[in-house]
Each structure stands twice: as structure tokens, then as C-alpha cells.
Design a protein around this ligand. Sequence first.
Ligand SMILES: Cc1ncc(COP(=O)(O)O)c(C=O)c1O
Length: 287
Amino acid sequence: MEETVYLNGCLLPLSKARLSPLDYGFLYGCGLFETMYAYAGRVFRLDRHLDRLRRSVTFLGMSLDGLPDLERGVYECLKANNLSDARIRLTVSVGEGKTIPDLITPQSPTVLIVARSYQSHSPETYQQGFKSILSRVRRNTWSPVSTMKSLSYLDLLLARREAKLAGADEAVLLNEQGFLAEGSISNIFLVSGSTLLTPSEDSGILPGITREAVLEIACSSGLTTLVRKVSLDELNQADEAFLTNSLIQVMPLTQINGQAIGPGRPGRITQQLMSAYKELVEQEVQK
Ligand SMILES: Cc1ncc(COP(=O)(O)O)c(C=O)c1O
């Protein structure tokens, strides 16, 4: 059966979905997206994803009134595709504007929701952890775009290509000041002794929904948590490291540029947080 997508308030078969070739999302990467995970028919922290999206929508000067009911759209799309465990991508572009690019003239946003089943990484991958490389691409702390999940994804895709060409799973990016920022599709955490450390929001990162949940879990389980600028040396000397995003959840990071991080295996605190995150998800989706 053909998959159904949600486009501007309507559910329709993918082959019938049409976007304008003049949409600024296509022409200029001018828009935003969210990638979310539905467990047992409920989207984990959908409210936080939508809050993050709405903050960026407002920053771009789009009117929130111009958007359909996004929560409803997400659930309608899941239902129409008969999915309960799925990856959901919600894209909002500013729509069409004048020929000479500006952010003022687009008036009518484009909203697209696609829900697909998601094959998570194998248990072996979680046992071995991800290998990474340090990217040549840097995050820019001066750009507001670094803090948004924007359609302008080219820097991150270039970083990702470097990783893939080197046979690695993820690229780690520094910011222009040389501090640690994030992965190409993930946030990064280090463990040193019993302290959990992650780059602060002013490090040029997307403040991840999973990162936020992991910080909450860490605080409630009594771990010392530091959110600040983090140097590359701290990563090289860390006992453990891991990456987070809505789909991989908590993924051990065991190598960078061919060098083991800590003993090169998922560490104790990482494993504790992996289980605690899964428990949190189960609790919240059952509410
Ligand atoms: C650049 C970047 N940083 C961090 C994240 C993690 O965000 P979240 O936990 O909200 O999925 C992502 C997710 O794709 C990302 O693309």
C-alpha cells in the first residue's frame, strides 16, 4: 500500500503530494524540521519538539497562526500509515516569496509530515559504540542557524560525508573557537570520573530534546553535571563519551580519529544512562 503523507492540512498518497518549485525551502533551505520518534503510537516529547520548532518559526518571522494543528497532523499521519513505532519528520518551510530573496514576503508556510517505520541500530552496534572522526567543518556560534533545526543542512551533510568516507559512523564538530560543539546529527556528552559534561548552548549547538532528557535523568540520579564550553583535550582524555538524538537515543561513542575514547568500550555511566533513557521513554509514552 502506498504511504500517506500530510501536506498543508491534507492527507494524501506520496505520489500525489506536490510542492511548489518556487518554495523558499527548496530555493534557499529556508525552513525548519523536526525528527521525532513514536513509541507504541505516542511521540516522545512531542510538545518539546513543537516548542523548539515554534521558537524557530517565530525567529524566522513566520506567523504561528498560519500553521495547521501540528500535533493533530503528526497523529493523523501515523494513523493513516498504520504505524505505532515510527520515525516522523515534520518539515515547515516559509513557502513562496518574491523572486529577489527576502524573509518578509513569504506569507504561506508549507507543512509536510512523513512517518515511516524505523529500523534501529543493532544491539551489537550499541555494544561496540560509534566510531567518529573530527570534522573539518565547524559550527558557528555567531549564527542563529546553529541553534535551529534548519533546512540549511549542508554544513552538517558535508561533515557527515567526511565521516562516511573515513568509514566512521558520525562526525564530531568543533566550533569556530575550537571548542567541542556536537555531532553532525547528534549532541555529545563526556564522562570524566563521575562527572557528566556536555557543551553549553553557546557552543554553537542544536539544543537536542534527547540531550535535555539525559540532563534531567543525570540530575535526578545524582550525577554531577556540567554544561559549559568543552575542549577537544577533554574529549581525548574522557573516560567515556556518548551521542544523543531522538532516533539513536543514547549511543556510546568509543573512537575518534582511530583513537579509543577511554577503554574503547561503552562505559558504566553511559550504560546506566542508556537504560534510564529507555525507561523514561516507556514511562512517558504510557502516561
Ligand atoms: C545537529 C544536531 N544536533 C543535535 C541533534 C539532536 O537533537 P534531538 O535530540 O532533538 O533529536 C540533532 C538531531 O538530528 C542534530 O541534527
